[in-house]
Design a protein around this ligand. Structure first.
Ligand SMILES: [Zn+2]
Length: 155
């Protein structure tokens, strides 16, 4: 049994949806290779970062993604398999790529409760809501802000 930690850049862009793993993005693989009767059993995790846009408000998103991987790489035999031991090596690329691509969110969001875009102005609602909070109170209410009961002067 061997445990390995590898870091490889993605050889190409992974994923075709709103988010994808960019070409050259580092992919960290921690795997345990076990020699079993039929071949080599690979279990572990792969971690990388995907980038793209929020499916609701279209802002850029970037998130870390970690996936579990497990596959038995069979020794070459009569049955052809997608995963075979070749020249005493196992090629983890297809395994890792498929696991990551399948885990990419189909509807990525910049935040779990992203309110999306304003249907009228097309602006990001998350941003305009934050701006409204920062704005001073409506001027019609500003006068009331100064109006605080002053017990001392009432005497
Ligand atoms: Zn969003």
């Amino acid at each position: 049994m061997r445990e390995v930690t590898l870091e490889h850049p993605a050889r190409e862009k992974w994923g075709e949806g709103l988010v994808s793993v960019a070409q050259g993005e580092p992919v960290v693989i921690e795997a345990r290779l076990e020699s079993v009767h039929e071949g080599i059993l690979v279990t572990g995790t792969a971690e990388t970062e995907y980038t793209g846009i929020c499916g609701r408000c279209l802002i850029d998103v970037a998130e870390t993604l970690q996936v579990e991987i497990q596959e038995l790489f069979a020794y070459p035999g009569e049955e052809t398999s997608d995963f075979e031991v070749q020249d005493d090596h196992v090629d983890l690329e297809t395994l890792v790529r498929d696991a990551i691509v399948l885990s990419l969110p189909f509807q990525p969001v910049c935040q779990p409760d992203c309110p999306g875009l304003d249907p009228v102005t097309g602006e990001r609602l998350a941003e305009s809501a934050a701006e409204e909070q920062r704005e001073p109170l409506d001027s019609r209410w500003a006068a009331l802000q100064d109006f605080t009961p002053d017990e001392d002067s009432a005497k």
